[in-house]
Write a protein that binds this ligand. Structure first.
Ligand code: E4P
Length: 217
């Protein structure tokens, strides 16, 4: 499973890059607003740190403006994946960009039918939002299962990018289902390290080692 960081925080992105855990980055207008950064400059910075796909989202919702914005975003770096909303105009933009070889991440997916449309439009990634579905008592992971099954049935090349991931079980369950990618805040990736028996075991090893009075160096 590929790990994308859902953030525009370059320090956190560099930190994950240094661990070898980072396969890509996703941003959205809310994440950019929260960062307080200049959008185009920050995307350029991120795309230098992370060699994998860096998602940058169009702001417009009409076809003509989305095309212009998409072209500008795609020109920032070769590893930009232009993010478009799952609307009729968004999928039309997706088709045009894919015909020109630009990566596209179709976002705001909340149903299997929408995911089917995105795959037919040639999306590189489909982003179903599991957390936001869970928030309204709908089955986010059930949607991931449905999309993975449908894409497998027809050998679609679109990668299932699980988005709106809120906790480690979203990651583990998505991996069990076979989703290709997940994106989440770096803090959630860091939670995967944690196990009380690891902490307890390490403390015991350190104590027992100290008792030997030896030094490796
Ligand atoms: C990423 O591509 C999505 O925009 C993001 O995961 C949404 O997360 P949220 O539902 O926590 O805002």
């Amino acid at each position: 499973m590929k790990f994308f960081a859902d953030t525009a925080d370059t320090v956190a992105i560099q930190d994950l890059e240094d661990t070898g855990l980072l396969d890509g980055v996703t941003t959205n207008p809310s994440i950019i607003a929260k960062s307080g950064a200049n959008f185009l400059e920050r995307i350029a910075e991120i795309s230098k740190i992370c060699k994998g796909p860096v998602s940058a989202e169009v702001a417009a919702t009409d076809y003509d403006t989305m095309v212009k914005e998409a072209d500008k975003l795609a020109s920032i770096a070769d590893n930009i994946a232009v993010k478009v909303p799952l609307t009729e105009a968004g999928l039309k933009v997706c088709k045009g960009l894919r015909d020109n070889g630009t990566m596209v991440n179709v976002t705001l997916c909340f149903s299997a039918g929408q995911a089917l449309l995105a795959a037919k439009a040639g999306a590189s990634f489909i982003s179903p939002f599991v957390g936001r579905l869970d928030d309204i008592s709908q089955d986010g992971l059930g949607l991931i299962e449905d999309i993975v099954t449908i894409y497998d049935n027809y050998n679609f090349k679109t990668e299932v990018l699980v988005a709106s991931v809120r906790h480690p079980m979203h990651i583990i369950d998505s991996a069990k289902i076979g989703a290709h990618v997940m994106t989440c805040p770096p803090s959630v990736i860091k939670q995967l390290y944690k196990h009380p028996l690891t902490d307890k075991g390490l403390a015991a090893f350190v104590k027992d080692w100290d008792a030997t009075g030896q030094s490796i160096l």
